[in-house]
Design a protein around this ligand. Structure first.
Ligand code: PMP
Ligand code: GLU
Length: 402
């Protein structure tokens, strides 16, 4: 077939395909071709979906629960999500304040489509998760990156934030614990953001997808705990992808003011109609069943985190903020930028990730994809054996650069 000359829409030209999914696909293709690739790229738990959740999915199929569902998701699931929020956080939501969507990613997409448009600016603290800026751009709005400082453990400095606020600012996206840094926002930071949001009438998007994977015992501060009035302008995003190892089932959910959820339902009714009926039944089992699975997973991540931090600390010139949650480390490799091997100079994080993949068969995601070029992301949601081998290869590869 000849290459088509049919022009594509401008919005497609504005964005790149998800780099996390792209590196993962490349790593899997290399592995399938026989290469011994160690995959630290995509962020998904290396656990199977719990047995009782899988059983609920199978039962849904056998019961013939295979038709369209209500657009925002089945009532039973939305009621169960309301109970979860009430039990876990003391937040009161009604089922018509909940939208169940095809993964957290579609929840964000629906929010942006429902709320933002040309001329609007949305504050995105950087390093950010790769999909925030494109999702804002696909709505015609402008993502505005607010730099987070490694020296402050990637907590947001409200004075820095204030410099990026304009009359066009419509909202802010918060992600705590963060992908890619694992950092969390402090109570003082959230207090300052909450005050600004109330004063300016911003939409606050709180992406809490990693809130069950937290290291250290203390309770995570949350923007909704700053001032009850913030409930009127905050959208909380969560889901079962990370907490119940259900990335492929595609179930996320959003809680927020009824009229915004209603607008998001309108978008959903004209795009995906509803998330998979079978996956909703499985998610119902996850949300209503025993809640120890996320903790078991978190406990399994602890020794991996400790090992990886210890290994990174032993590499000359590398710094790495200790993650407080999620399953990523985000080491700073910039001391190696400008160095060369076999006539090739590593100029930036993309070169570094390419070098690690080509020469050490280590799949990672370059910091540039997260708006932070000094860094490279490693997911440690993978086996200890792979981590041990991977850290060895990393050390050898970096030692070759001069
Ligand atoms: N937010 C963040 C920060 C994430 O890392 C992810 C992972 N893909 C998501 C949202 C969305 O997850 P999913 O669409 O798989 O529910
Ligand atoms: N959130 C995961 C990651 O950052 C999954 C891939 C994606 O959806 O971007 O790797």
């Amino acid at each position: 077939m000849t290459t088509s000359t049919i022009p594509l829409a401008e919005r497609v030209r504005q964005i790149k395909a998800s780099p996390t999914l792209a590196v993962d696909a490349k790593a899997k293709a290399l592995k399938a071709s026989g290469a011994d690739v160690l995959n630290f790229s995509v962020g998904e738990p290396d656990f199977d979906t719990p047995e009782h959740v899988r059983a609920a999915g199978k039962k849904a199929i056998d019961d013939g629960f295979t038709r369209y569902t209500p657009v925002p998701g089945i009532l039973e699931l939305r009621q169960a999500i309301c109970r979860r929020f009430a039990e876990d956080h003391g937040w009161r939501y009604e089922p018509d304040q909940i939208e169940v969507c095809c993964g957290g990613k579609q929840g964000l997409y629906n929010m942006a489509q429902a709320l933002f448009g040309p001329g609007d600016e949305v504050l995105v603290p950087a390093p950010y998760w790769v999909s925030y800026p494109p999702i804002v751009q696909l709505a015609g709005a402008t993502p505005v990156e607010v730099p987070l400082d490694e020296a402050r453990d990637f907590d947001l400095d409200p004075a820095v934030l204030a410099r990026y606020v304009t009359p066009k600012t419509r909202g802010i996206i918060l992600n705590s614990p963060s992908n890619p840094t694992g950092s969390v926002f402090s109570a003082a930071t959230l207090e300052a953001i909450g005050k600004m949001a109330l004063e300016k009438g911003w939409i606050v998007i709180s992406d809490d997808i990693y809130d069950t994977i937290v290291y250290g015992g203390e309770k995570l501060p949350h923007i909704l705990d700053v001032d009850p009035r913030l409930g009127e302008q905050t959208l909380v995003l969560n889901g079962v992808s990370k907490s119940f190892a259900m990335t492929g089932w595609r179930i996320g959910y959003v809680a927020g003011p009824k009229h915004i959820i209603g607008a998001m339902n309108k978008i959903q009714s004209q795009s995906t109609s509803n998330p998979s009926s079978v996956a909703q039944k499985a998610a119902l089992a996850a949300v209503t069943g025993p809640q120890d699975f996320p903790r078991t997973m978190r406990d399994a991540f602890v020794p991996r985190l400790e090992y990886i931090m210890q290994e990174l600390a032993s590499i000359p010139g590398v710094t790495c903020v200790r993650p407080k949650g999620a399953f990523y480390v985000f080491p700073n490799f910039s001391a190696y930028y400008g160095k060369s091997v076999d006539g090739k100079t590593i100029a930036n994080s993309v070169d570094m990730a390419d070098y690690l993949l080509d020469r050490a068969l280590l799949a990672t995601v370059p910091g540039a994809a997260f708006g932070a070029d000094p860094f490279v992301r490693f997911s440690f949601a993978t086996s200890m054996t792979i981590i041990e081998k991977g850290m060895q290869r990393l050390k050898e590869a970096l030692a070759k650069l001069a």
